[in-house]
Each structure stands twice: as C-alpha cells, then as structure tokens.
Design a protein around this ligand. Structure first.
Ligand code: AMP
Ligand code: GLY
Length: 429
C-alpha cells in the first residue's frame, strides 16, 4: 500500500513511524513533513490546507489511503474534498470535525445529550459576557470559540483577569476570528486525562488513556502550550472511571453524532477533568492529540493500517485492538520563548543515534521531530515545539528515567523542557 500522511508535527512523525512498521505498507509520503519524517519517508512540499494539490498528488501517486493529522484541514473539509473525488481518506468530515472547531457547537450537543461538562454560556456580545462573569465571579474560564492552537483558553483567578481576557479576545481580537464568540465556563478542579478513541460511527474503540502537560513550566505553571509532554497509561485513574467515561461520555457522543446525521469517523480526542462530581469533558478534538500520540501509538500492537481501513470500510466493530503492557513517557523539547515568539535555525546536536528513523518494533527510545528541518547536513530548529523524546519501559518510572536520559543527550541553544513529566502518577499511586 501507498500512504500519504498530512501534517508536519510530532504527531505526524509518530504516525509515519508507526505506519512504517506495517508489513502492508510499501511507501509513505508526508506532506509537508519535517526534518524527522524526511529521514524516514518522502516529504512532499504541499501545505496541509492545499486540498486540490494534495488530492492531485494522491491521484497521481495512486495513494491507497491518506491520513490527516492536524485539525485545520479536517475543519476545512479535506475529508469531504477527497471523498467527493473517490480518494480514500481517514478522518472526520468537516461537519463532524466541528466538535473541535466550535466549542459552542460541542457544548450544545453535550447539553442536548446529557454528556457531563462544565456549566457554560456563550456570548457574541462583549457587554453580556462582562455581566455574566460579574454575576458568576472568579475563578472562571474564558475561551475563544474557534481554533486557537490550544492557547485560546484563559483560566481567570480574579474578576479583573476575567474581564481583561474578555476584552482581549472580543475587543482586541487577540485570537482573530476565533474570538468573535466567547465561551465562559465553570472552573473545574481535578485530575486531567486524555482518552483517544478510534471511532467508526457507532463503534468506539478506546485507546490507552494518557495525560498531557499543557502549561510551559514545571508544577503546571505558566501559560498554556500545545503540550509539553505526556505519559500513558495513567495508573492513578481507576479502570472503573475509564469505563464510566466510555459509557457516559465517549459512546453517547459517538451515538449522538450518528443521530444528528454527522457520524464521526476517525480519532476522537476526549479531554476530561476528573472532578469530585465525576468525569466531565474539557474539550473534544477531531484528531490524534499532540503529544499524546507520541506515547499512545508506540503502545499500539495492532497494525494501524488495519484500524484505518476497517474505519473506512465500516468494519471497526470486528477488529480486536491490542495494546502493550508497557508504559510510555514523552518529553517535549521547545525553543526558547515558546509559547511566545521564538528563534528558528538553531543547530540540534545529539540526534545521530536516536532519531526515530527506523521502524524496528523493539526500539525503546524514539525522537519524534516536530519543529525541525534538515539544513546542510544538520537538523535545525524550525518551530516552537522542536522534538518529543519518547521512551518505553516496564514501568512508568523506568520509562521516565529513559526519556530524560535521552533528552540529556540532545541540545540546541536555549532548549527548554519540563522536568516533571509523569510525576503526577507517582504522587498518587
Ligand atoms: P482546552 O483548550 O479547552 O483544552 O483548554 C486548555 C486547558 O485549560 C485544559 O487542558 C485545562 O487544563 C484548562 N481548562 C479548560 N477548561 C477548563 C475548565 N472549565 N476548568 C478548569 N480548567 C480548564
Ligand atoms: N495535546 C493537546 C491536543 O492535542 O490538543
């Protein structure tokens, strides 16, 4: 088979790495890819939202399936575009991807189908939004409605911060169009958890639970990022809680989408908060998580191609998906300044041995590239999140030690990373 992966982050490098392990796959392309995918497969210089060029490429190269990583093309309708042209593609339609693209759409559906989530209101009008936070008080959560790369969420601990956030989103257009509507939510306390699921309409096949680290500094301090590290599984969360999440949240949402006439096919990302009142949804995304993928796919024992093709053929229910008993930890190394402005072009050293450039299944440490490119025989930084270093181990503790040992071998000017990835699991067990 020939496969095209769309995207250029650590998630896509992980997808490419996993697909390369499949005996069914002969050739993989990645559009546009990054330095790491270039070392492993063939990068194609087409941007993720250039649907016409991607479809033409898939047609010319007789691609058997295209797999979409990021949200932008999904929301923009790449799946609809390909499907109309009879080109096989894995991911939700634009209408189904609205679960991620519009927080108010997702919130309305959750309300309609009794899926537990934070209490909320959404506003198009600045004065009403301000009046609402004054009535509710702090702490309170302010969110830009549309896509904002994980950065459009402000946890306001005082009324002043809440009002300032609303002003920035609605009046100063800090997140552009994404902020023409704001969602204001109850502040939830508790452990966070990501549950990715393979979904084919009604059929839900949950993956191994994982936990992201959203803020930039240790101890969950500082501004939110795209994610600074992750681990899987999450031992402090009981199996009964996971089952409850599947029965009361993920399955009802999959069924709701079918009832609404917009069945979801692809990967559904459920971000949860385990509150005192039980698990509640923080957000849905319409795709694999980044960096959750970097710890989830290395633990997947079933051929990813089988899962993708079963979803496209509507036979996912018949597939038994197997997971490794090992644990995985990934640590993101970021450019100085990220999630704010950062320089590019710093030479990355220490990568020679550890690039995830071979699909060997027994490899215990992998470096998944995100913001890198190759220049004059070197890898250089080319983004905020530069690399994710994943290690596997028979325990989370071992996986963590191995991941940090591997991180210590890699350097670039100003590199920063969190030192406490997975520590929440050790505090509680
Ligand atoms: P989101 O983009 O909706 O996932 O939000 C980003 C992060 O903000 C989440 O991962 C949580 O850590 C935090 N967050 C979002 N909504 C809430 C909420 N209602 N209460 C507390 N924290 C939240
Ligand atoms: N790790 C957060 C996300 O993928 O949205």
């Amino acid at each position: 088979m020939k496969v095209l992966v769309v995207g250029s982050g650590g998630r896509e490098h992980t997808l490419v790495w996993k697909l390369a392990q499949s005996p069914q796959v002969e050739k993989i392309f990645c559009a546009p890819g990054n330095g790491g995918t270039a070392a492993l497969v063939q990068n194609v210089p087409i941007q993720v939202t250039d649907y016409a060029a991607l479809a033409q490429f898939a047609k010319d190269e007789e691609i058997d399936v295209t797999i979409v990583g990021p949200e932008d093309p999904l929301l923009g309708g790449i799946v609809d575009f390909f499907t109309l042209r009879n080109l096989p593609i894995y991911g939700p339609s634009a209408n189904a991807a609205k679960l991620e693209g519009s927080k108010s759409f997702a919130k309305c559906l959750m309300k309609k189908y009794n899926i537990p989530t934070a209490e909320y209101e959404s506003f198009l009008d600045y004065e009403s939004a301000i009046a609402y936070v004054r009535e509710k008080g702090a702490p309170i959560v302010i969110k830009a409605d549309g896509l904002a790369q994980g950065k459009g969420v402000i946890l306001a601990f005082s009324l002043e911060e809440a009002e300032e956030a609303i002003r920035q989103i609605m009046q100063d257009s800090k997140f552009g169009q994404a902020g023409s509507r704001v969602v204001i939510e109850e502040f939830m306390r508790g452990e966070e958890l990501t549950l990715l699921s393979f979904i084919d309409g009604e059929t839900v096949k949950p993956m191994i639970p994982s936990q992201d680290h959203k803020t930039v500094f240790d101890g969950d301090k500082g501004p939110n990022t795209g994610g600074m590290g992750a681990y899987a599984p999450v031992p402090q969360v009981k199996n009964s809680d996971i089952q409850h999440i599947i029965d009361k949240i993920v399955q009802p949402m999959a069924s709701a989408m079918v009832k609404e006439g917009i069945p979801f096919r692809g990967v559904l990302y459920t971000g949860l908060m385990l509150t005192e009142d039980g698990p509640k949804v923080v957000e849905f995304n319409a795709r694999f998580g980044d960096p959750e993928t970097q710890v989830t796919l290395p633990l997947l024992e079933t051929d990813l191609v089988d899962i993708v093709m079963a979803t496209i053929n509507g036979t996912l229910a018949d597939l038994d998906i197997k997971w490794s008993k090992q644990s995985a930890v990934t640590v993101v190394m970021a450019s100085p300044g990220y999630p704010g402005d950062y320089p590019k072009g710093a030479v990355i050293s220490g990568l020679d041995v550890s690039v995830a450039d071979s699909p060997e299944e027994d490899k215990q440490e992998m470096v998944f590239h995100a913001g890198t490119k190759q220049e004059a025989g070197h890898f250089v930084t080319n983004g905020g999140r530069v690399l994710a270093v994943t290690a596997l181990g028979d325990s989370l503790q071992l996986a963590k030690e191995k991941a940090y040992q591997a991180v210590a071998n890699i350097s670039f000017t100003g590199a920063h990373y969190r030192r406490d990835i997975a520590d929440k699991a050790f505090k509680k067990v």
